[in-house]
Design a protein around this ligand. Structure first.
Ligand SMILES: [Zn+2]
Length: 283
């Protein structure tokens, strides 16, 4: 499968999405966003599940990690992650602190974004409807890997990451390449709760641009998270032509990607998570 923005790579049954906008930097950065295929986890985690702490076994998840890391040519020992909790906390991971975040090792630190400058370090964000966002600066060769669901979006975690990139690594936003992976889109992200709508309108201007109402039920509204994220990025100086959005709704495509909302609505007993892995070469 291929379109202008991304291609789906299938390697011995394991599938992942990669962004074409990062093709010119293949000697510097490696990335992949997983589909559900090619793992060992049973239903409802079938099969390439990255959710530790659910009812799927740790052995299954670690085997899934090994499989995707092998395909991406990233040593799984160089993969790092903290506990995601819909925060706006962004960690800089480097050789002096990385062991704390070794994947599969329990740590209590909560974070939903990682910045890496040192080569040979990879990070992982897990999602099921939330937005995985990769920010890469080819000039300074710094990369960020961000988990931004609706809560993280309201907290504008991606702007916190850009602020850190500017302050700590002298990144200029106009050089940033931003990739937004598959996530729940406005077709499926809906509610009837006024208080829910207000969470967005208190933060983001021009609600008529990102909130639409259903014709047959005027109480039910849909929110376009991609619009608000993109607008925020443009406002801080990211160039529109440097923003790549994979045009895939995870809930609509729940057979191919994990969708929390689909699992909930379909009364499945649990849900799985997909992974966005980004690493700087060489390993
Ligand atoms: Zn949808």
């Amino acid at each position: 499968m291929e379109n202008q923005v991304y291609r789906i790579v299938e390697d011995q049954g394991v599938s992942y999405l990669e962004f074409k906008i990062l093709d010119p930097y293949k000697d510097y950065i490696r990335h992949g966003i997983t589909l559900r295929y090619g793992g060992v986890s049973p239903s409802p985690y079938n099969s390439l599940n990255f959710r530790l702490g659910g009812k799927d076994s740790k052995e299954n998840v670690m085997e899934n990690v090994k499989r995707i890391c092998d395909r991406l040519h990233i040593p799984k020992e160089q993969l790092y992650k903290a506990r995601q909790a819909h925060t706006d906390h962004v960690l800089v991971i480097h050789s002096k602190n990385k062991e704390k975040y070794a994947y599969g090792v329990f740590n209590e630190e909560l974070a939903d974004g990682y910045i890496v400058k040192e080569k040979g370090i990879a990070t992982m964000v897990t999602t099921a409807d939330c937005n995985p966002i990769i920010l890469y600066d080819p000039v300074t060769q710094v990369v960020a890997n961000i988990h931004s669901g609706w809560k993280g979006t309201i907290k504008q975690i991606y702007l916190k990451a850009i602020e850190l990139l500017k302050q700590e690594f002298s990144v200029q936003p106009e050089n940033l390449i931003v990739c937004i992976g598959p996530s729940i889109r406005k077709c499926c992200f809906s509610s009837e709760e006024e208080s829910f709508k207000e969470k967005f309108t208190q933060v983001f201007e021009n609600p008529e641009k990102y909130i639409t109402y259903e014709e047959e039920n005027q109480k039910r509204f849909h929110i376009d998270l991609i619009y608000v994220i993109t607008q925020d990025l443009l406002n801080v100086g990211v160039k529109r032509e440097n923003i790549a959005v994979a045009d895939i709704c995870t809930r609509c495509h729940h057979d191919e990607f994990f969708s929390y909302r689909y699992a909930l609505q379909n009364h499945e007993k649990d849900y799985g998570l997909m992974a966005t892995i980004v690493g700087l070469l060489p390993f």
